[in-house]
Design a protein around this ligand. Structure first.
Ligand code: FES
Length: 110
């Protein structure tokens, strides 16, 4: 019998408020999708193609748990002045069990 694999993580919005986000690791959604559906102020102008950088987030805790950026994500991050250690594109991060108990913060993209 299949049991859903739940994850729970903490995310700070651009105004500094934070919320606990619950999701299923099996949902086949990106971190951007789930942040959006939970009311976070994340733009995602290019629709998840790693072309705009408006979904940038900072991994505040647990950065070693994620796979490293793919080539498209790495190239976009290099062009973003706000990107630094721990910065990722939320559209390029599929929900996974490794996100459990991580802490993310939305970055200002303007
Ligand atoms: S939505 Fe455009 S880079 Fe992520």
């Amino acid at each position: 019998m299949h049991s859903e694999r739940k994850i729970e993580f903490k995310a700070y919005d651009t105004d500094g408020d934070w919320r606990i986000v619950e999701a299923s690791a099996d949902a086949r959604l990106s971190l951007m999708d789930i942040l959006r559906s939970n009311g976070f102020d994340i733009k995602g102008v290019c629709g998840g193609l790693a072309l705009c950088g408006t979904c940038i987030v900072k991994v505040i805790s647990g950065t070693g748990e994620l796979a490293p950026p793919n080539d498209d994500e790495a190239a976009m991050l290099e062009m973003l002045p706000d990107a630094g250690t721990g910065s990722r594109l939320a559209c390029q991060l599929p929900l996974s069990l490794s996100m459990n108990e991580m802490v993310f913060g939305l970055q200002n993209y303007e």
